[in-house]
Design a protein around this ligand. Structure first.
Ligand code: CTP
Ligand code: MG
Length: 577
């Protein structure tokens, strides 16, 4: 998966990548060339007192060093540019995949992990690409080239290369072996901390209300401690790693000087060549170290790439049909024909054999106990979920044949848990009506009984709304959501329990004001209060996912025992109050 992702996303940047690789190659060759030039200056120039040779070779050395600096800077620049671009593309792709997800798909993953996958996981892959571009070419060439150059300087000391490289390799390998599971664990611990933190911030008020601070603090403390422990263990290994590597490098240096010194004494090798040999040995060891570090990043990036791949490979459980299918609903009639629905993974159906028709110009009310499936039923209409059996049609066309754009222009829903986006009141109201004028927005607010509080807010229509709409009260949020639906002027209005947060008087005023804009539209209202729906053209009593009765208020009072129970319970509650 990792290779597939990187391959696919590096294609557009193949030019930059080639540039990086060539530049790295040049840098490496320059780096390999320098010690040997240095050796010549010492052995020929300094030893023989040949000033001309020192000057001429010195000039070459300067030029090579200059090239090395330039190419190294350019390579890092292009490398970073490429890696960041690939990261950006990956993030974009994850994001656009997620936006195509149905509610079902999002539930399957969970919001938190989708966020992590789109940010942290992408970052890991991006980091590997960056490291890869920097060391993929330079490390092996440095290694092999270093060996060749070292042997050219003094073949007699070559055994030092054959001893020190494997020793370093084994030592770093052992450390990596212990580090790797720790890194994986660390990732999980970070996930856990994110989870706890997220839950606590969202549920802060509940935590306060129930004085659960201590318990929650302990829970966080626990997750925090676990992360700390892993971090400390990683730290311990790193503490060990640098002295160990340093020790190997220093022992290798000492060995070169010791054995090389004897060889210089014996006239087998010159001082300059010995210096060069030492530099090559250190370069080789560095390359081995870098290579191993990179190898260490691969498993972590692989885990992340798999997680990203899962998101990208998810085919949305609902596919948007061709917009050109040419089918346009004749009107806003919503018809359920023997519809059943079950949530994924659930044993039984939440809705079974639902059949009814909601006509334009009429109000259809749905009433039923908590958990009866009212919200689920409404969500099926704009196709947030796909019916498991049966068909839902709008104006004669099955919803599965309508494009998302068509559906959203036909249907405006006020969700049970009203949600606003960060921005302004106006930007929220224009969600379904991009080009609505200010007057139209004020009209919508007037109908939704939201005009007063919006005009009292500083900035009016342009007053800010925070993410989720948390800086307005629950009832205000509900009314803004209602206004958002009205501003969209749809053919079908869905109100999911939208009037329950309003006091009875406001509820009545709002419904009276709604008469005008909704007179030709299909209105479906889910309600808790019987008083909200007494005037509805038809009332559907939903009981445990099944239609238990259909009729008007007075008809149902006669015929439906369930409806009588509901009315009775609310009446007695009122009497008691
Ligand atoms: N349910 C589920 N998964 C979801 C949403 C709901 O399994 N993502 C199940 C719940 O267990 C519930 C049933 O579906 O029993 C019906 O849920 P819902 O349609 O939300 O019930 P409502 O009638 O809207 O209940 P309320 O009056 O509380 O809004
Ligand atoms: Mg509900």
């Amino acid at each position: 998966m990792l290779m597939k992702l990187i391959m696919k996303h590096s294609k557009p940047y193949i030019g930059w990548i080639c540039a990086v690789l060539v530049l790295q190659l040049l840098t490496t060759i320059a780096t390999l060339y320098l010690p040997s030039l240095n050796a010549r200056i010492i052995d020929k120039g300094v030893t023989l007192g040949d000033v001309d040779f020192i000057w001429s070779t010195g000039r070459v050395m300067l030029a090579v060093a200059f090239v090395q600096v330039l190419t190294a800077v350019a390579a890092v620049y292009f490398g970073a540019k490429t890696a960041m671009a690939i990261g950006r593309d990956l993030r974009r792709e994850v994001f656009s995949s997620v936006t195509k997800f149905s509610a079902q798909d999002v539930n399957k993953f969970g919001a938190a992990t989708l966020i992590t996958r789109g940010t942290n996981d992408v970052q890991q892959v991006q980091m590997l690409v960056l490291m890869g571009l920097n060391f993929m070419v330079s490390a092996p060439i440095m290694c092999i080239g270093g060996v060749i150059m070292a042997l050219r300087e003094d073949p007699g000391l070559s055994w030092l290369v054959w001893v020190s490289v494997p020793v370093l390799f084994v030592v770093v390998g052992i450390l990596v072996f212990f580090l790797m599971p720790l890194f994986r664990e660390m990732q999980e611990r970070i996930d856990a901390i994110n989870g706890v933190l997220r839950e606590q911030i969202t549920g802060l008020r509940v935590v306060r209300a129930f004085v659960r601070e201590k318990h929650e603090t302990e829970r966080f403390e626990d997750a925090n401690q676990k992360l700390t422990r892993v971090g400390v263990r990683v730290g311990n290994l790193f503490v060990l790693m640098f002295p160990l590597i340093g020790m190997i490098l220093h022992i290798a240096t000492a060995a070169v000087l010791w054995f090389g010194g004897h060889r210089v004494d014996a006239g087998l090798v010159q001082v300059g060549a010995l210096t060069a040999f030492l530099q090559y040995l250190l370069q080789i060891l560095m390359a081995v170290m870098m290579g191993t570090f990179m190898a260490m990043m691969i498993p972590r990036a692989m885990v992340c790439a798999d997680r990203i791949g899962e998101v990208l490979d998810t085919t949305p459980s609902m596919v948007d049909p061709d917009t050109d299918s040419g089918t346009t609903p004749v009107d806003g009639t919503v018809a359920f024909n023997n519809v059943s629905f079950g949530y994924e993974g659930a044993e039984s159906h939440v809705l079974s054999n639902i059949s009814f028709t909601a006509r334009p110009g009429q109000t259809t009310a749905i009433i039923g106990s908590t958990g009866a499936g009212k919200t689920t039923l409404l969500n099926l209409i704009p196709r947030l979920y796909e019916a498991s059996e049966g068909a839902i049609t709008i104006g004669g066309v099955p919803v599965s044949e309508l494009s998302r754009a068509q559906l959203s222009s036909l249907v405006a829903a006020v969700p049970q848990r009203p949600y606003l986006f960060s921005g302004t009141v106006a930007s929220n109201l224009r969600f379904g009506a991009t080009d609505a004028t200010e007057d139209e927005l004020w009209d919508a607010l007037t109908i939704a009984q939201a005009k007063d509080f919006v005009s009292e807010r500083e900035g009016g229509l342009e007053s800010t709304v925070s993410q989720g709409g948390t800086n307005v009260s629950g009832g205000q949020r509900q009314r803004l959501c209602i206004a958002r639906a009205i501003a969209a002027r749809p053919s079908i209005y869905l109100f999911d329990d939208s009037f329950s947060a309003l006091d009875v008087a406001t509820d009545a005023r709002l419904r009276a004001a709604l008469q005008e804009p909704t007179k030709d539209a299909t209105v479906i209202i889910v309600a808790q209060r019987v008083s909200t729906i007494t005037e509805a053209d038809q009332i559907i009593v939903l009981d445990d996912g099944q239609v238990s009765a259909v009729g008007t208020h007075s008809e149902l009072l006669e015929s439906s025992a369930t409806y009588q129970e509901i009315v009775q319970s609310q009446l007695s509650a009122q009497e008691a109050a």
